[in-house]
Design a protein around this ligand. Sequence first.
Ligand code: TRP
Length: 357
Amino acid sequence: MIASNSSIARRPRRVRADGRFDATAIWYHTCFERSRVSSTTDVAVQPTFADDVGRDLAREPKELQSKYFYDALGSQLFEAICRLPWYRITEAESSLLRRCADDVIAALPPTATITELGPGSGEKLVVLAEALQRAGRSARVHLVDVSAAALEQSERSLGPLDQVSVIGHESTYEVGLARVSTDRASGEAMLTLFLGSSIGNFGQTAARDFLMVARRVMRPGDLMLLGTDLVKPEPVLRDAYDDPLGVTAAFNKNLLVRINRVLDGHFDLAHFEHLVVWNAGQERIELYLRSTRAQTVRIGAIDREIVLAEGETICTEHSHKYRAERIAAMGEAARFVQRHQWIESEAQFALTLFEAT
Ligand code: TRP
């Protein structure tokens, strides 16, 4: 529970999806460098990646799963997106967090575990760790992400903090959260952070199901802090996902780069464009890769030729936008009660603190 000052105690640990510590995935640091000993996550997930790509590109309409955005380059590009002036989510959420961190920590029972689903760079947890410090407390922090690259980044920003001991779980949100929750002591409360409007990347039904699954593994009194981007004028949303610097376009196209690299794909990026659509009926941004001409693309590792018509799209992401007044109801449907909601009015972003009932 208490993080000591020794570098051993502060070395982030990594747990594999099957729950065993993955010795090959542990990082070692020295004062000057930190290098991975062995193992690559790409190898570990490769069969699934190949299966998913083969299946999803055989669908009509074609799609690719957004969880595959976040390889090492994709995670760096996403970090860059979060710093773009047109992508307001990260800054808005950070300023809300700075405003509410003391209240959130005060709402958390003295013995508690914090779990962040999809920690990104880990910067937001630093804000909470500072609130822990102000309260003279420390906590065990679990990071759950399918992306090894994302875990590495967040472990790096949290590693030096004395208020937290960090444990990384390379797994899906559901599996990681269930494991953390069942493994904790009986009197230990849990705060789950689901930030960055990641819930918006689920469809409506999937978002509701996800909250129900999360609630099922939580205990009454446990807390969840949920970040949701709110509906706002279309041009503002469009700029956030189709920025003038082209970083989001690069992030989107990197999916094809990853297929080329890992699965011996032959996508020519010159013949694909980044396409952003605002679906007003569903209140969501839709991201696509559009083939600018008729083409056939070979993917060696799955021994397949992908046939694309001119103008055909591959859907890569949905990002749903919420209305603040509906968020409480969404939580209630999953047996949460809204304890508090903070809204950043300029960027239109909400942080909602739910308590499991
Ligand atoms: N959760 C983020 C969002 O929906 C993820 C994201 C931000 C994203 N920018 C993106 C996903 C661009 C794909 C492409 O805002």
